[in-house]
Write a protein that binds this ligand. Structure first.
Ligand code: 5GP
Ligand code: ZN
Length: 114
C-alpha cells in the first residue's frame, strides 16, 4: 500500500526505533509513548483493520502476540504486568489503518480504558 505509514516502515522507507523483528512482524517504539514501554507490533503484510483478517491470517496474528511476549520477557515486564491492545475503527480511535498491537508496560494501567 503506497500511502500506508506502516507499510513504508515495513519496506524500510521510514526507519523506526526497532526493538525486534521476525520474518513476518516488526516491533518498534511508538512515536508518542503512553507508558515507559510502548511499542507497536505490526505484520509486514498490509491488513487495514481487524475486520479485514482472514482465516489464513490466524498464524500471523499468533506471531504478533508471541513477538510481544518475547519483548515483554526481554524487557523484564512479564511479572509486573502489561497490556496488549488493538484498536479497530472510529470508536476505538484507530488512526493508522495497518493493524498493530500496542504493547504497554512499566506503570499501573487503569481499567476501564478511556
Ligand atoms: P492507533 O491509534 O491507530 O491504534 O495507533 C497508532 C499509533 O501509531 C499511535 O500510538 C501513534 O502514536 C503511532 N504513530 C503514528 N505515527 C507514527 C510514526 O511515524 N512512527 C511511530 N513509531 N509511531 C507512530
Ligand atoms: Zn500498510
Amino acid at each position: 500500500m503506497d500511502d500506508c505509514l506502516f507499510c513504508k516502515i515495513a519496506a524500510g522507507d521510514i526507519v523506526p526505533d526497532l526493538v525486534y523483528e521476525t520474518k513476518s512482524v516488526l516491533v518498534f517504539r511508538d512515536i508518542n509513548p503512553q507508558a515507559p514501554l510502548h511499542v507497536l507490533v505490526i505484520p509486514r503484510k498490509h491488513i487495514s483493520t481487524l475486520n479485514d483478517l482472514a482465516v489464513d491470517d490466524a498464524g500471523l496474528v499468533g506471531e504478533m502476540v508471541l513477538a510481544a511476549q518475547h519483548v515483554v520477557a526481554r524487557e523484564d515486564y512479564a511479572e509486573s504486568g502489561y497490556r496488549l491492545v488493538m484498536n479497530c475503527n472510529g470508536d476505538a480511535g484507530q488512526t493508522v489503518f495497518h493493524i498493530h498491537l500496542h504493547l504497554l508496560a512499566g506503570r499501573p494501567l487503569t481499567w476501564p480504558p478511556g
